[in-house]
Design a protein around this ligand. Structure first.
Ligand SMILES: NC(=O)c1ccc[n+]([C@@H]2O[C@H](COP(=O)([O-])OP(=O)(O)OC[C@H]3O[C@@H](n4cnc5c(N)ncnc54)[C@H](O)[C@@H]3O)[C@@H](O)[C@H]2O)c1
Ligand SMILES: CC(C)[C@H](C(=O)O)[C@@H](O)C(=O)O
Ligand SMILES: [Mg+2]
Length: 371
């Protein structure tokens, strides 16, 4: 009988993207071989690479290929090469936002977990980060990222240069159903974890936040009364994440707050290079590291591929229901770390030089330790 085949649309993107996605594919192929499943990976263009080749950060062909696949594995986009001063020039990040919107990926899960072996890599004291195991549930297709925006000249906009000056605005908008569905995802996630949700907003200032809090509470009271629900203002959350990170279980918040808080939470683990993410909607899902294209280390073969590899584990769980195989990957990563193998970003003074691996060698190591 022919083995089951899953078609994966792979998007290498820019900077370290092509280097780390190669390691994700390597691990995926090793899992497929052991599980008797075929994974076919087909690359498509996104971000700066797509701008260079086609003029668009998200060519139609890419969105079509993503829609026709069983899952999408993305790396990262962006870099100084495409940082134009022309506000109308295409930006790589538009490709990422476009595919999130195009696939209707309104839920972004960003798990943050401390690996015992990496406790020393964090800038926080070991007793503060002990037991940290939280997930940020970030709303991904609304808010400031997708609101009406404009930049224009007017009299009032003038700076010290006088005359007509520039003026710009972005708008933040949320509809009730958008808050409702992400709240539901957060409570459902909490049911499978420690039954606690922290909802983050800025209700003392923003109307969208007042709507957010109201709707989150309604969904809670009507559908998930057994879950513990805590409200926190976003500025306080930024502080509490550093102060008492182990107290958080599920943190649900709107798009922009989730972007900022997830980088902060990632740093609790010591490196952005460890944080995987899953973007889910009602159709094809997308899996990607939370970090960016790291232009400062691109092309050197030293980037940490573990977030990409852990994104593959999330893909196995969420897209294919292959929990057992996802655990092979997660356990493999954990044992690699337990045995002292590191990439440069998570190495410290006590790491022997022969245990500091490059990107590709780290991918090989995970394959060696699978399961
Ligand atoms: N999902 C995405 O595609 C995504 C996410 C964030 C930023 N970006 C884009 O990436 C570009 C660079 O942004 P930035 O420098 O602010 O953020 P970044 O996440 O690329 O890098 C921040 C720091 O973390 C380090 N880092 C990130 N990933 C790493 C890895 N895998 N291994 C080791 N170190 C790693 C980098 O070297 C850098 O010092 C920008 O164009 C930005 O828009 C893309
Ligand atoms: C690159 C950028 C558009 C993106 C975001 O802000 O969502 C990134 O920072 C992320 O966290 O995935
Ligand atoms: Mg971000």
């Amino acid at each position: 009988m022919a083995s089951k085949t899953y078609r994966i649309c792979t998007l290498p993107g820019d900077g370290i993207g092509p280097e780390i996605i190669a390691e994700g594919k390597k691990v995926l192929q090793a899992v497929g071989k052991r599980a008797g499943v075929t994974f076919t990976c087909t690359d498509a263009l996104i971000g700066g690479a797509a701008i260079d080749a086609t003029g668009s950060p998200l060519p139609d062909a890419t969105l079509e290929a993503a829609r026709a696949s069983d899952a999408v594995l993305l790396s990262s986009v962006g870099g100084p090469k495409w940082d134009s001063t022309d506000p109308n020039a295409p930006r790589p990040e538009q490709g990422l936002l476009g595919i999130r919107k195009g696939l209707g990926l309104y839920t972004n899960l960003r798990p943050v977990k401390i690996y015992d072996a990496l406790a020393g890599a964090s800038t926080l004291r070991p007793e503060v980060i002990k037991g940290v195991d939280l997930v940020i549930v970030r709303e991904l297709t609304g808010g400031l990222y997708f609101g009406k925006r404009e930049r224009f000249y007017d009299e009032e906009g003038a700076g010290s240069n006088g005359g007509r000056g520039q003026r710009a605005y972005d708008t933040c908008e949320y509809r009730e159903y958008e808050v409702e569905r992400i709240a539901r995802k957060a409570f459902q996630a909490a049911r499978k974890r420690r039954n606690k949700v922290t909802s983050v907003d800025k209700r003392n200032v923003l109307e969208t936040s007042r709507l957010w809090r109201e709707v989150v509470h309604r969904v809670h009271d009507e559908e998930f009364p057994e879950i513990e629900l805590e409200d926190l203002l976003v500025d306080n959350t930024a502080m509490q994440l550093i102060n008492r990170p182990a107290d958080f279980d599920v943190v649900v918040t709107e798009n922009m707050f989730g972007d900022i808080l997830s980088d902060e939470a990632a740093q609790i683990t010591g490196s952005l290079g460890m944080l995987a993410s899953a973007s889910l909607g009602d159709g094809v899902s997308l899996f990607e590291p939370s970090a960016g294209s790291a232009p400062d280390i691109a092309g050197q073969g030293i980037a940490n591929p573990l977030a990409q590899i852990l994104s593959v584990a999330m893909m196995l769980t969420y897209a294919f229901g292959m929990d057992e195989q996802a655990a092979w990957v997660q356990d493999g990563v954990e044992r690699v770390l337990d045995d002292g193998w590191r990439t440069r970003d998570i190495a410290d003074g006590s790491t022997p030089a022969d245990h500091v691996l490059g990107t590709s060698a780290m991918g090989d190591k995970v394959v060696e330790y699978l399961g």
